[in-house]
Ligand binder design. Structure first.
Ligand code: T4K
Length: 388
């Protein structure tokens, strides 16, 4: 038993939850409607290759985001890879290290070097000053990440991209249904990649999309996701297979209908966490700008040095109590392979990334938890906190 777990036990911590509570438990919409769509799909005998459900989903998502084109993909990682290729990125591309590993891997898989810039410790998003310092003659682009659904500094990044003739795109895997300056995310940079993975607040089992307002870019990406086929027997590009299936699109269409409801549940959960956690000096919950649209899909807590338990001990103790808290995105991409071996000293330039990665922990939200569960989850902090 680690120190935090021992202290929890000695302070009469609540009993473990009977079932694990996960960060990333899927939200599942109307099952009857889903099964009806699947039945119709079987009757049609169209299971993949841009069938009617995928076409409808693309149209619905484009309308929802107010963007001209939505190119559905089989997952968020392929969406990133295809977007990167369609933008002709080569050489070096600047990305945050404080992100899911897919952001960096999508570049590395195409022989492009991800160059890690530091983050602003207040927003957890790219620090424009650090981005500027990372530009070299080999830099061709910047990928901003709207971490936790909070917009990256889009105005500053656009100014840097314009000044240096760089392509700017976004990894918007966390930011579906979010806005910045009243404009839906999906409309920034040259294109934005979305993830609809099962663990996202809105899911298509696996899935994703690239959204863009550029006609030619959308056309190129449609070609790339389907092996480069332009009509029967005519391949004009070395493409890949990035297609979303019909059954995934059926899930997406059904889940779109309950998206407002899920966001409202996430928002209520966020408020419930905020109310309880405000009692604990040393713990802070990241906030969202209430003037914007937010999906509140991540409950991100920073464990300060003044809190009487270490983040890692807390995470272990929570796990023992069946609350599967996560340390996203520890230890930072630069400390994972192959990047750690390629540049062992990268951390010297990423002090905020390293510090934030050491203090963040995520707790469960979504339709699987309610206010009473949240109070019980937070009891574990109370046992260790100054109030006990
Ligand atoms: N860019 C960013 C910034 C991203 O965050 C991601 C994905 C991507 C790009 C790439 O998009 P995709 O190619 O994935 O579409 C999870 C997700 O797999 C990943 O999609 C997500 N980000 C990342 C933040 O989280 P893991 O390795 O933490 O997943 P895993 O298997 O540990 O699942 C998390 C928890 O969710 C588990 O403890 C159990 C629960 N769970 C999971 C699944 C799949 C369920 O309860 N039911 C399920 O069906 O990466």
């Amino acid at each position: 038993m680690n120190e935090a777990a021992k202290t929890l036990a000695s302070h009469g911590a609540p009993p473990a939850f009977p079932e694990p509570l996960y960060v990333g438990r899927p939200n599942i919409g109307d099952r009857e409607k889903f099964l009806k769509l699947v039945g119709e799909m079987f009757d049609r005998g169209r299971l993949s290759n841009h069938g009617p459900l995928v076409q409808e989903l693309e149209q619905r998502i484009a309308e929802f985001l107010g963007v001209k084109h939505c190119v559905a993909m089989c997952n968020g990682t392929l969406a990133l890879e295809i977007a990167i290729r369609a933008l002709n990125l080569t050489g070096e591309v600047i990305v945050p290290s404080y992100t899911f590993i897919a952001t960096a891997h999508a570049l590395h898989w195409q022989g492009i070097r991800p160059v890690f810039a530091d983050i602003d410790p207040r927003t957890h998003n790219l620090d424009p000053a650090s981005v500027r310092r990372k530009i070299t003659p080999r830099t061709t682009g910047i990928i901003g990440v709207h971490l936790w659904g909070r917009a990256a500094p889009v105005e500053e990044l656009q100014a840097i991209a314009d000044e240096h003739g760089l392509a700017l795109m976004y990894d918007a895997a966390h930011a579906f249904a979010c806005s910045h300056g009243g404009r839906m995310i999906g409309n920034f940079g040259r294109c934005e990649a979305l993830s609809f993975h099962a663990t996202k607040f809105y899911n298509t089992f696996e899935g994703g999309a690239v959204v863009t307002n550029e006609e030619q870019l959308a056309e190129d990406m449609r070609l790339m996701r389907n092996f480069g086929f332009k009509g029967f027997d005519n391949v004009i590009y070395p493409g890949t297979n990035g297609k979303l299936t019909e059954i995934c699109a059926a899930m997406g269409l059904v889940n779109l209908e309950s998206i407002d409801q899920v966001i409202e549940i996430n928002r209520r959960n966020h408020v419930a966490y905020r109310d309880v956690l405000s009692e604990f000096p040393g713990l802070s919950l990241i906030e969202f700008n209430e003037q914007e649209k937010n999906n509140y899909q991540y409950v991100v807590i920073e464990v300060g040095a003044d809190f009487p338990a270490k983040r890692d001990d807390l995470v272990d103790a929570f796990h023992r109590h069946n609350v599967i808290a996560r340390r996203y995105f520890w230890p930072g991409c630069h400390r994972m392979e192959p990047y750690r071996t390629l540049d062992p000293d990268a951390g010297r330039h990423l002090p905020h990334t390293e510090a934030v990665a050491e203090r963040v922990m995520l707790l469960p939200t979504g339709t699987a938890v309610d206010a009473a569960t949240i109070r019980s989850i937070c009891e574990m902090f109370r046992c260790k906190g100054p109030a006990s």
